[in-house]
Design a protein around this ligand. Sequence first.
Ligand code: APR
Length: 310
Amino acid sequence: MKKKVTVIGAGNVGATVAQRLAEKELCDVVLIDIAEGLPQGKALDLYEASPIECHDAKVEGCNSYDASAGSDIIIITAGIPRKPGMSRDDLLKTNMSIMKHVTSQAAKYSPDSILIIVSNPLDAMCHVAFETSGFPKNRVMGMAGVLDSARFRTFISMELNVSVESTHAFVLGGHGDTMVPLPRYSTVAGIPITELLPQEKIDALVTRTRNGGAEIVNLLKTGSAFYAPASAAVEMAESILKDKKKILPCAAYLEGEYGIDNLFIGVPVKLGEKGIEDIIEINLTASEKTALAKSADSVKELVAELKKFA
Ligand code: APR
């Protein structure tokens, strides 16, 4: 039977996710947005590209959730960016209420689905989706590490002039300034980059990775990155839909792993048909552990702020 994925939020990220899912012919796609006409228009446009792109994925757009019923995966990209004069708290409060609304609708129509959260602030939004849906922890996850690792891989390949396909990278922690790129576990054809590049070059690549989102925002002037975020969400969805069991860094709910409790944060997980099928604990040095703990602290602060609005 054909798989079905609902994408909530038909903006830049959501529409690109829908396009990639359809063009890879992974599933039928339902695109939902609050803006009238927007998901319908983008979905029809994508559907009309299918004879040329040679796929039979159906793409449907709507404002209500009934068409999403029975989805295997729900990818949530709905939210608003920070507007002039808006504090971080205002943004957090607004996106929290959007996340609550869309998650409760999605969970009602697709109670057995797996949720992939993309909306920012990512780790905090995962908490909202987890609590609102009441889904088990293996069926709620956030997209951040795949994107951050892809950025790191791109910069490594640019620096060493090698195929991106020969690179591998791990970025753990929260999706923000405190993310933890791990050069020791980042390789070219299996060789750690610590053996291929001097420390100052590695430091520069790590800094560029940490600022990867801001670099794109500064270039675009309005809006944030969407091509690579969409690719990252689709890689996660593909691993689940095809039960590939890829090991990918994702925001997962930790209960003691890495010494972190009751918190969503980026760690390597195994993604298969049941969602997060395993959390992989890799050995970290003392300084890597400290960096991860610091990153966890900043996610905890945001989660504590969420509680103020609850
Ligand atoms: N229900 C459904 N859709 C909503 C709702 C809601 N309650 N509220 C807002 N939206 C929709 C908006 O109408 C808009 O079309 O979410 C969409 C967001 O799209 P963009 O503004 O283009 O934002 P985008 O670049 O796609 O980013 C979406 O992903 O990477 C993150 O930081 C990014 O949180 C942001 C999210």
